[in-house]
Design a binder for this molecule. Structure first.
Ligand code: DI6
Ligand code: FE
Length: 406
């Protein structure tokens, strides 16, 4: 295994109690895909210098852990620009969904696309995320909504790992919307989703299970059935909870020790308390809040006070958050949700790792961590949150290797 030295960096480690885990004038030593030493340049042990095969000088650049986008719907075909125009003329997201548009229109386009088309569309999107420092991504299914098409989308997500130097976690979101062939038969559809799950899991396609618990999605009782099946298979759960209304989905998810509850604009104190005691992460999604012109803010202060870890993600999807910019999401989390820049960073690193159930070696930098990091044209991580619409990434290192993104 090759040992590599990365000298002269200002590193936000997100380890320890200092703000950002800030360590200026630092050197990182990697061996294989692991960080084996991280400390002040002057303290670098001579034995490591002798052992190293490569040395890179980072010229005082800012280094952070690779970003983890813990909530995306990257695999789909088509787009919803026409729906965007309709919404600008006054139609609401819920009205469009109830009229058979919305998620269902993306399902139709996705079913029509070949596996290779789905893969190349998704790879192009993932590369855009990587250009903003992403080294790990969660990918949900949910635009197939039949056993065959959900399996296709999950396989495409798995093929990412081969196509790109990117860590991928897959989430089965069969309970995203009711497909046309189950119109008015939500309970039958939920039974079908539960029936597919063991076979998809046996094929190794599922890392976690999610559902859309909402007036235009699934009830708490239906979500519970999906979660019970997940639990019987030993799979962790997550939930799209309280995005458009308070369905008390967060409390249900916490009952199942969910990894995360996502969106949460309408979550009440019961949901927050339940998440706090279950150790469930709150994943806030400023892109969807902004794009749907939501006015109900997620209760950041109450989540903070209850000690619920807060993560952020792009929620990339064609209907409610067609963004591929984690840095813009960090900026929006501060301007719109009044989070601090440090909270925004923790939201895309340490807390995002936790929302995916990744090992503690992911999302922070220190000896023993996975060697996933981003090198930025910036003096400090706060600069990257303050600016928006820039392209500040200099280098991306995944598993100790420099990544070339074409
Ligand atoms: N909530 C969302 O914001 C996405 N899915 C969900 O359950 C939107 C999906 C879409 O509109 O296509
Ligand atoms: Fe989502």
């Amino acid at each position: 295994m090759t040992t590599t030295i990365w000298r002269n960096a200002n590193v936000a480690t997100f380890c320890g109690d200092t703000p950002y885990g800030w360590l200026p004038g630092a050197t990182i030593v990697t061996r294989g895909n692991e960080v084996i030493w991280l400390g002040a340049d002057r303290d670098l042990p001579a034995t490591l210098t002798e052992e190293s095969a490569n040395e890179h000088h980072l010229g005082g650049a800012c280094v952070t852990p690779g970003l983890i986008d813990c909530h995306t719907h990257l695999v789909y075909a088509g787009n919803r620009a026409r729906e965007f125009e309709l919404r600008l003329q006054g139609a609401t997201y819920e009205e469009i969904a109830r009229a058979g548009g919305g998620i269902r229109s993306t399902v139709a386009a996705t079913r029509d696309a070949s596996d290779d088309q789905l893969l190349s569309l998704a790879v192009a999107r993932a590369k855009a995320l990587m250009r903003e420092g992403v080294t790990a991504v969660e990918i949900k299914s949910g635009y197939g909504l039949s056993e065959v098409d959900e399996a296709r989308c999950l396989r495409v997500a798995r093929r990412f790992g081969e196509a790109l130097p990117l860590t991928v976690r897959t989430t089965f979101l069969g309970a995203h919307a009711i497909p046309p062939e189950f119109d008015q038969r939500a309970d039958d559809y939920v039974a079908a989703v539960c029936d597919w799950m063991p076979r998809l899991h046996a094929e190794g396609l599922i890392d976690a299970v999610d559902a859309f618990c909402e007036r235009i999605g699934f009830t708490v009782a239906q979500t519970r059935q999906v979660f019970e099946r997940a639990r019987s298979l030993g799979l962790p759960v997550k939930l799209h909870a309280e995005q458009l209304s308070d369905q008390h989905g967060a409390a249900l998810a916490a009952e199942f020790a969910a990894l995360s509850c996502d969106h949460l604009e309408y979550v009440g104190s019961d949901g927050i308390a339940a998440m706090a005691s279950a150790g469930t992460v709150a994943v806030l999604l400023p892109g969807a809040y902004y794009f749907l012109r939501e006015t109900q803010l997620p209760p950041v202060a109450a989540l903070r006070e209850a000690g619920v870890p807060i993560a952020l993600a792009t929620d990339h999807n064609p209907g409610s958050s067609p963004t591929l910019s984690p840095l813009l999401m960090m900026n929006m989390a501060c301007t719109l949700f009044r989070m601090t820049p440090e909270e925004a960073w923790r939201g895309f690193t340490v807390n995002a790792a936790r929302a995916l159930g990744l090992p503690p070696t992911c999302g922070a930098l220190g000896a023993g961590a996975r060697a996933d990091f981003a090198v930025w044209d910036a003096e400090h991580p706060r600069d990257l949150v303050y600016r928006f619409g820039h392209h500040p990434l200099q280098q991306l290192i995944q598993g100790g290797q420099r990544v070339a993104i074409d």
